[in-house]
Design a binder for this molecule. Structure first.
Ligand code: FAD
Length: 452
């Protein structure tokens, strides 16, 4: 057993996974989490690994980018993926989970692990012992200042938005209906509740949405430094508020989050002009998430405008949509592909603060930082996964991207080395096969102790 102690800052998705990997490797872990004493503004519980917005971890299909990353995590022994699989909810090809059961179990396992000591306090200074910083997009401001001191002011801010959650009992199922996209069997009940728009209803909705009142951003939130572009109007392009997207053109929602393809309305039997999908958010099935409806409208305006959606005229909201600060470092200037800070070998970064986007990407960098810290402390060569794997490609992107264009990056096939194939589907299959093969070769040839 090793007797070295590692500090992990933040028991979110990345920090929880990192702490577990280190503890299982025999290291003592001091895991610091500032909630519930200090809140982030977006988290609402004192659980570790809280899912702050959607309860979906993205596609679970083996030939989708997010699915490939999930399979890599399962292969590498991720605790959080195992628990996510355990509390899976019906969501078509996606992996949605019961958020409370998921985070509750992560909290229990870490809190009772003999090698993990929990400190419910804010870390203000970066410790001098081996440390993983996994404090997330809502890193406390004092710690942000310390990070900015050691990284020569490399923080920047932009926006993410969270979608509203609706109470199931308030949805009008005489208008809304259950179906999955491209559902083959009409008898099946379907995983989503769908709210169908006619063209007239859609036009009226888009007009009210684009003219509704928004919440003003606070000064500290609109600050961007380092000259890094943060997308349209300082929003992250992959997570645009629905009202900003609607402003781009009258059909942008009908071709985006409200696209009706593959959905037939059993009430009218024809294809709607646009469709809002509602995804189950808890095992009891009492809460539904408005898919793609992250927003910065005032709460009263969300109620007024979203109740115009067919089937939601009496909707009650368990949670309104909100927008939040998102902090990340200039990883291409600061991190090695092992996730080590390039000026201090025993300091690692993991999670959203590295510029990786999405729940699963954050779990993945936590896993890698945890494994690499344990290998570093035991004097072994650190993991640098092949670029053909999704995790290897993500880490390569954040550590090699040009700073001019650097933006948080989700798992996607565009960051893998190009494979030529006839169609998109065929190419996706080849990417998935190549990723799996590369990971197995890497594990068996370079790190046989990690191979099956
Ligand atoms: C508002 C919002 C909504 C999002 N919605 C989604 C979504 O729907 N889907 C998706 O895939 N991704 C989403 N993301 C992006 C991202 O996947 C999540 O933020 C994810 O939780 C990040 O994981 P993490 O481990 O890096 O950080 P977190 O999960 O936030 O964990 C960091 C932890 O560190 C703690 N902490 C911070 N500072 C300190 C300190 N000084 N001392 C001690 N503890 C500290 C925090 O309390 C927190 O628990 C969203 C992000 C934001 C901001």
């Amino acid at each position: 057993m090793e007797n070295k102690t590692v500090t992990v800052i933040g028991a979110g998705l990345a920090g929880s996974e990192a702490a577990y990997q280190l503890a299982m490797a025999g290291f003592q872990v001091n895991l610091y989490e500032m909630r519930p004493l200090i809140q982030t503004g977006a988290h609402t519980t004192d659980y570790f690994a809280e899912l702050i917005c959607s309860n979906s971890l993205g596609s679970n299909l083996p030939d989708r980018a997010a699915g490939v990353l999930k399979n890599e995590l399962r292969r590498l022994g991720s605790l959080l993926m195992k628990i996510a699989d355990e509390f899976e909810l019906p969501a078509g090809g996606a992996l949605a989970v019961d958020r409370d059961l998921f985070s509750g179990k992560v909290t229990r396992i870490l809190s009772t692990h003999p090698n993990i000591k929990i400190f419910r306090e804010e870390v203000k200074e970066i410790p001098s012992n081996p440390t993983i910083i996994a404090s997330g997009p809502l890193t406390s401001s004092t710690l942000s200042q310390s990070i900015s001191q050691i990284t020569n002011s490399c923080n920047l801010f932009f926006y993410d938005a969270i979608a509203p959650i609706i109470n199931y009992e308030s949805i009008n199922l005489d208008i809304a209906f259950r179906a999955s996209r491209y559902q083959k069997d009409e008898e099946e009940s379907g995983d989503y509740i769908n709210c169908p728009f006619s063209k007239e209803e859609y036009d009226r909705f888009v007009f009210e949405l684009t003219n509704a009142q928004r919440i003003e951003l606070k000064n500290f939130e609109s600050q961007i430094n380092q000259g890094v572009k943060a997308g349209s109007d300082q929003y992250f392009e992959g997570c645009l508020p629905i009202e900003v997207l609607a402003n781009r053109g009258e059909k942008s929602l009908a071709f985006g989050p409200l696209r009706p393809v593959g959905i037939w309305n059993p009430h009218g039997g024809k294809r709607p002009y646009a469709v809002l999908q509602l995804r189950q958010d808890n095992i009891a099935g009492t809460l539904y998430n408005m898919v793609g409806f992250q927003t910065n409208l005032k709460f009263s305006e969300q109620k007024r405008v979203f109740q115009m959606i067919p089937g939601l005229e009496n909707a009650t909201f368990a949670r309104y949509g909100q927008m939040h600060r998102n902090t990340f470092i200039a990883s291409p200037n600061l991190l090695l592909p092992t996730l080590q800070f390039n000026q201090r070998n025993d300091l690692f970064f993991a999670g959203q603060i590295t510029g990786v986007e999405g729940y699963v990407g954050n779990i993945a960098t936590g896993l890698l930082a945890g494994i690499n810290m344990s290998r570093y402390l035991s004097g072994h060569k650190l993991l640098e996964l092949p670029k053909q794997t999704m995790l290897g490609a993500l880490v390569h992107y954040i550590t090699h991207a040009s700073m001019r264009d650097f933006q948080p990056m989700k798992a996607n096939f565009g960051i893998l080395p190009l494979i030529n194939a006839k169609g998109k589907r065929e190419r996706a299959k080849l990417y998935a096969q190549e990723a799996k093969k590369s990971l197995e070769i890497y594990l068996s040839e370079i790190f046989p102790e990690l191979s099956l």
